[in-house]
Ligand binder design. Sequence first.
Ligand code: PLP
Length: 451
Amino acid sequence: MKADATPRRNLFHFTRLPRPLVDRAGGIYLWDSTGRRYIDGSSSAVNVNIGHGNRVVIDAMKRQMDRVSFAYPIHFENEPANDLASKLAARLPEGLERIYFVSGGSEAVEAAIKLARQWAVATGQEKRWKVIGRMPSYHGITMGALEPTGDDVLTKVFEPMSRPMPLIPAPFVHRDRDNLSLEERGLKYADMLDAKIIEEGADSVLAFIMEPIGGAATAALVPPDSYFSRIREICDRHGILLIHDEVMTGVGRTGKFLGGDHWNCRPDIVVLSKGLSSGYAPLGAIAAPERIVGPVIDMGGFLHGHTYGGNPVSCAAGLAVLQEIDRLHLIDNAVAMGEMLKGELEKLSQRFPFVADVRGKGLLLGAEIYADPIAKTPLPREVNANVRLIDLAFERGLIVYSRRVRGGPESDNFMVCPPLIVSRAEIAEIMAILSDTLEALAGELGLPVNR
Ligand code: PLP
């Protein structure tokens, strides 16, 4: 039978939910084909860090396409990939000087895990294969990236076909009811890694993977300072690799180049994507030291590679994005605007007491929605507060990220993460719509508002 040529009949997406047709974008705004304007309050998928329609990036990509759009890494090296690798290495923690490019975040997570495993085999540690993750967490949607991801909704159905990895609780310290200080709680959660490694058998554990500051799964959850150094110490003690998934937090989003830079972290492998090309082209990367990469290459080569890995046009986009981040001082802007936005979100939680636990760094900010914020009681699952929040905001021309926490203590949360170019006036515009959205949500769900 012939395919139906009606628009949208053949393309399928996550659900049957229709979405407007996008027409154009510029700065922090997108327009649909009817001319409606939307503020990109989530930088799309928390990736369009430098905003839409940046001419410098578009022109750099065009110039690269005029020279060579594609050359296969097995046949040729290309200049943008070489240059981008050098520029990245110069900004990463010391020693993370070997860079490998892929096309996205899930691919990069899998590349990191495979590099770690091959390193273990190359260095006589063949028994090491388990990659411990956290619950909840998100490391990507492909089968390999799902294995250390803590999200039952995404992983359960594929379990018979995969090898789920051990998980430890994410450090939701703000929910704990104990007499410990914040820093003591940080150590308590880090020590859960130690206990898990011992339970699994230390010589079977290959790596621990974590988002230094949480992404979609935990809405910008920031662990206490003590967490980071204790995690490093535990990994060192057991000889396991520490992988930082900086797909969302990397490249300036949190007000430092890496999320882990807030604590001077020394991960063994860093995973990047999203902001690296800021949505202008598919791009992801891993960075690792020569002591890990060298033995793998010498053993016969990294058993990994995608057709589009290190694509010259994607890498040209990445190079221009880094230039724009510097030229426009976007990391400084993320700090300044992040402070303002966080302050505004805190004010919002005074007005709407069901919004609580505002958190995050730079322009990776989030909060939770509770039935009772003191007792941390979640709203019933059936009211779908996270979906309603997205829809009510979208109807008002604002895009936000919202999610039901899956695994661990339940709640609905949301993130406000505009592009790093955002101005004070644009933040005021975002907050006005968000406030109107929460007013509507409160009305629908019978939640209290302080007037
Ligand atoms: N890791 C983290 C922390 C992410 O936030 C994401 C995407 O949201 C991924 C991995 C997967 O990236 P991608 O969607 O590009 O495959």
